[in-house]
Design a protein around this ligand. Structure first.
Ligand code: GDG
Length: 476
């Protein structure tokens, strides 16, 4: 397909699936599950991906990357501030995560959000073939479904929200609540991580917009039907397992443990440095176990990787300082020479290193206050091909619905969290294996290809009239 042609499948996401390398200026695939999930179906249908390339490059034209056509949407510095750092990450993000931080409401941010959503919609409208399928991703683009439908009523439009959708009591604080609901209703199918999010949405549509609803369906006055349903996202299970089994990763896992001083127990946390992830509380819980004498630094270490994230947003700067200070205190008070209680890394790593860390860890600690799904928990499970290793998982992560055999915790309950960390570390190997085996089966059976296929198949059913069908994802 020519790079400027139209396509039967258009993916619209805030970011393109590639990043520019700072040093060489070359494009490279950005880490993350969404690319892996959508790449095969993009290729099978010669799809186009519309998204922001990052930065303020004004002059990037559509290009091919590794067999995919990418169409960059440029953003100005002012738009990045208002649309991205502002409305997306300082209004919607905290509001949808149960007010873990206080959302800010600013009219100028909203105006930028509307402008940028319109630009994405116009670009998608330009690139979609007649009766094509357009799949819009996530909270930054909630107005795109409606704006796009106004431009192109022929299209089949899907939307997937990667973060939680809040209950009415929280959502209705938004001054622009009705516009957002109507924006989403431009889609034929709206996907959520959990059934609870879909139910919150349908209830709000009934109450706030006044449309007739029945179970997961919304009936619009123009005769269209919109479905809101859950499609829990997953990971490329096989790719993670294969990576974890590879010799270089096995060797690296062994050398990581050695570098840590061959402790008996390695606890691990890997998160974007985000206040929703509960990093502070988990490190406190761990440090209290050392202070109480339940664990000791000669035989135990907590490795915390915090990937830099949204560094221009004030709340994230504050969080970074808080975690720096906490780690400093804990290591200063409880560590010994060559034996810090916490090995803290504020950095991002290649996938191989992530797999090596998952392999090296005895207890993986995932304790968000609220999380749409949490892929780190699923990645850990996929990497434990020997069925060993324990997972401590917050009840408030979407993945808790599937990973029932984890040691589940309420991250607001510090004593409960301490007890779970100890239980997980001291569990009998047979108990750990039984739990891990069950969780591995769950993730293996519901991988990311199954997620994408389930969503697109359902989209096909919700809006069938013109009889066009996408080519299925090729199976390997
Ligand atoms: C949002 C929702 C939902 C992290 N550090 C590095 C790295 N990562 C990768 C992990 C994992 C991904 O980033 C993080 O995904 P999570 O699901 O844990 O969290 P969010 O970034 O908040 O994602 C979330 C998700 O969307 C998908 O719908 O599950 O609830 O908040 O894949 O491995 N990857 C590499 N280096 C790092 O340093 N290579």
């Amino acid at each position: 397909m020519p790079v400027n042609g139209s396509a039967e499948l258009v993916i619209v996401a805030n970011r393109l699936p590639v990043d520019r390398d700072d040093g060489t200026g070359e494009w490279r695939v950005s880490p993350g599950g969404l690319v892996t999930a959508l790449e095969p179906i993009m290729r099978a249908n010669e799809g186009i991906w519309v998204g922001w390339p990052g930065g303020t490059d004004a002059d990037v034209t559509p290009f091919e990357y590794d067999g995919m056509t990418l169409d960059p949407v440029a953003l100005s510095a002012q738009e990045i501030e208002g649309f991205y750092e502002g409305f997306s990450n300082a209004t919607i993000w905290p509001l949808y995560h149960d007010l873990v931080a206080k959302p800010e409401f600013h009219r100028e941010w909203w105006d930028r959000y509307v402008d940028v959503n319109r630009r994405f919609a116009e670009r998608a409208a330009d690139r979609a073939a007649k009766d094509a399928t357009v799949w819009i991703q996530d909270y930054q683009l909630q107005l795109v479904p409606q704006l796009l439908r106004e431009l192109r009523p022929d299209l089949r439009i899907g939307f997937f929200l990667h973060i939680p959708f809040p209950p009415a009591e929280l959502f209705q604080q938004l001054p622009w609540r009705r516009q957002l609901l109507e924006g989403l209703l431009g889609a034929d199918l709206i996907g959520f991580q959990l059934p609870g999010g879909a139910a919150n949405f349908v209830r709000l549509v009934r109450q706030r917009v006044g449309h007739k609803t029945h179970r997961d369906l919304v009936y619009l006055p123009d005769g269209r039907t919109v479905r809101a349903a859950s499609f829990p996202i997953s990971i490329d299970y096989e790719a993670f397992e294969d990576l974890a089994r590879s010799e270089p990763v096995k060797d690296r896992a062994a050398s990581v443990r050695k570098a840590l001083g061959d402790p008996d127990t390695v606890f691990l946390g890997i998160d974007r440095l985000d206040y929703t992830k509960g990093i502070y509380a988990r490190l406190r819980a761990f440090s209290e176990l050392i202070r109480d004498g339940e664990l000791d630094v000669d035989h135990t270490v907590f490795v915390q990787v915090a990937t830099p994230s949204r560094e221009k947003v004030e709340e994230y700067r504050v969080l970074r300082d808080e975690i720096d200070r906490l780690v400093g205190h804990i290591n200063g008070d409880l560590g010994r020479i060559g034996r810090p209680a916490i090995s803290y890394l504020h950095s991002s790593y290649p996938r191989e290193e992530m797999a090596a860390l998952y392999r090296a860890a005895d207890v993986m600690v995932v304790t968000p206050y609220r999380d749409g799904m949490n892929l780190v928990a699923k990645e850990y499970v996929a990497c434990r091909w020997d069925d060993d290793g324990a997972l401590v998982l917050s009840e408030f992560a979407g993945s808790a619905a599937e990973l029932r055999q984890a040691w589940q915790v309420n991250p607001y309950d510090l004593n409960g969290m301490k007890a779970a960390l100890l239980d997980a570390a001291r569990a009998e190997p047979r108990d750990r294996q039984r739990r891990m085996r069950a969780m591995r089966k769950t993730v293996r059976q519901a991988d990311v290809a199954a997620w994408a296929t389930a969503f697109l198949d359902e989209l096909d059913k919700v809006r069938p009239p013109h009889g066009k069908k996408l080519k299925p994802t090729p199976t390997s």
